[in-house]
Design a protein around this ligand. Structure first.
Ligand code: MSP
Length: 513
């Protein structure tokens, strides 16, 4: 049986509104999911919300509602923005759902029965916003080493997970599977962290009630991170529907931000080892976005909502910009000027104008009906076909390496070749000479065929645009019925089909808008 391609995003805390940072991981995951669907693969794409923990409980308290009411209210902000961004997740997991709690309780019971969980006293520091425990030696100026905020002293009897017992197995796994933690610098970070020595982790809280009660001690709730990581298997029915679980697990890739790497590349794999489950194939940590050169934060007042940018630029330009501009894995900076520049150069000009020009010429010279190619190829035709064959290979390699900006560069190089072909073959000159009718037919056909391939290439990144080009090309079926590599072969456009130029895909934007 062919395994489902399984991609996940982190599940987002419901104490904040979604912003362009949280949306970044989700858009990336969506592009990946759509690309694999385009290749005809079965895909399961998961996202959701992390609804337990102390800071959610406190946010609810501040707002005078119960934590569950707070989560129910906040979750809609996520589902709404994902819908607007055209996120095609197959399921949305909420950690307050009964199924999640059931799986989490069964899982922790299994580890307890095995002897991997024991009772001890925890004494140390806790950062509520990050929901992280810290040793006194890890604090920086007495504050959380991760976010710089105040930490609180915690002293209670907790259950601990025997993380230290898994150090060697973790190191062996990372060594044997170089792709497991990526990019490389993150892998090195994880290895050196493990080598410093892992300590057992507190995985329950006694003084808190907002969480999943432990099945073996109902007076304590699960530590929010232990609970949250289990979303990746509760969503696919671990311990409930074994066939379904086996068809989807292990995850092909967990996409995460760099600050939650240790949870995903150390604690989570150790939890899975403890439960005798296979590990995810890859944990890929991306960088952080800054805004006009500054860290995004509420106190700076520079947090940008995806809605704001979608209103200004449109959904597809949004999706394009973040994938094209940032090198996945590294930090990157968002600026409006830069986004407007890319919009005009890449989308309005290179892509939008090319599609309009090609379709307008078919309308002008052949009444919209695409002619048949003569079958003779000159150098320009051959160069175009070669570029078309090359781009699919390049895109596939880049997507396999999660190098989204490289995939887009390859597509835009291809668009450059198509634009060159349009200029060089100069259909407007051919149209002046009746003796060149046959050549004009071939040129028009080739240009339209190049546009058909463009629709497929941009589809995972810009679904509306891919669909829009497809319908302008006169296809009445859904573009989603066509899969790579077969649909990427040259010459599949049916001659005789009528195209229409339609509205511009990306009307030019004035600078400073
Ligand atoms: N709830 C945990 C994850 C649990 S996964 C089992 C969490 N949630 S979060 O809402 O705080 O963050 C979710 C993701 O958003 C993280 O991957 C984080 O890196 C990402 N981002 C938040 N701000 C960001 C930027 N400014 N830039 C890029 N991504 C950032 O952590």
């Amino acid at each position: 049986m062919y395994k489902t391609y399984y991609v996940t995003t982190p599940i987002y805390y419901v104490n904040d509104l979604p912003h362009i940072g949280t949306a970044y991981t989700t858009v990336v995951a969506d592009v990946l999911a759509r690309y694999h669907r385009l290749k005809g693969e079965k895909v399961f794409f998961l996202t959701g919300t992390d609804e337990h923990g102390q800071h959610v409980a406190r946010a609810a308290e501040r707002n005078g509602v119960s934590p569950q009411e707070w989560a129910d209210r906040m979750v809609t902000h996520f589902t709404e923005v994902w819908e607007r961004l055209n996120i095609s997740n197959d399921f949305f997991i909420r950690t307050t759902s009964p199924r999640h709690a059931e799986v989490a309780r069964r899982f922790i019971q299994k580890l307890y029965d095995k002897g991997d969980i024991y009772l001890d006293t925890y004494e140390g520091w806790y950062c509520v916003p990050d929901e992280s425990f810290w040793l006194p030696s890890q604090l920086v100026d007495g504050k959380c080493p991760q976010c710089g905020r105040e930490v609180e002293m915690v002293q209670e009897e907790n259950y601990f997970f025997r993380l230290s017992a898994y150090s060697d197995r973790l190191l062996d796994h990372i060594e044997a599977h170089p792709g497991f933690v990526q990019p490389e610098m993150r892998r090195n970070e994880v290895v050196s962290f493990i080598k410093q020595g892992l300590t057992d982790q507190s995985i329950s809280r006694k003084t808190i009630t907002w969480g999943i009660p432990l099945p073996f001690d109902e007076s304590q709730v699960m530590y929010v991170w232990f609970d949250a990581l289990l979303n990746y298997i509760s969503a696919i029915d671990y311990g409930i529907d074994d066939d379904r679980f086996a068809a989807i697990w292990p995850a092909d890739v967990h996409l995460i931000g760099k600050e939650i790497l240790r949870f995903h590349a150390i604690i989570w794999p150790a939890m899975l080892m403890a439960a005798d489950l296979p590990l995810p194939r890859q944990v890929f940590a991306h960088g952080w976005l800054t805004v006009e050169g500054e860290k995004m934060s509420k106190s700076r007042g520079n947090v940008i909502s995806p809605h704001e940018l979608i209103d200004e630029y449109g959904v597809d330009a949004y999706r394009y910009y973040f994938l094209r501009e940032f090198s996945f894995g590294y930090d990157g900076n968002f600026s409006r000027e830069n986004m407007t520049g890319r919009y005009n150069a890449d989308l309005a000009n290179a892509l939008g104008n090319m599609v309009s020009r090609v379709l307008a010429m078919v309308e002008r010279y052949r009444g919209g009906m695409v002619p048949e190619a003569s079958g003779e190829n000159d150098d320009a035709d051959s160069a175009l076909r070669e570029a078309a064959a090359r781009v699919f290979v390049e895109v596939d390699a880049a997507m396999g390496a999660l190098a989204f900006n490289e995939a887009l560069q390859a597509i835009w190089n291809y668009l450059g070749s198509v634009n060159r072909y349009v200029d060089e073959t100069a259909a407007w000159d051919l149209a002046k000479d009746p003796a060149l009718e046959g050549r004009l037919d071939s040129v028009l056909y080739n240009q339209v065929e190049a546009v058909r391939l463009t629709a497929l290439l941009v589809l995972p990144f810009m679904p509306w645009t891919g669909e829009g080009i497809w319908s302008r090309l006169g296809f009445s079926d859904s573009i989603y019925l066509h899969h790579l590599p077969a649909a990427g072969a040259w010459g599949l456009f049916p001659p005789g089909q009528t195209v229409r130029k339609g509205e511009p895909l990306f009307p030019r934007m004035e600078r400073g808008r």
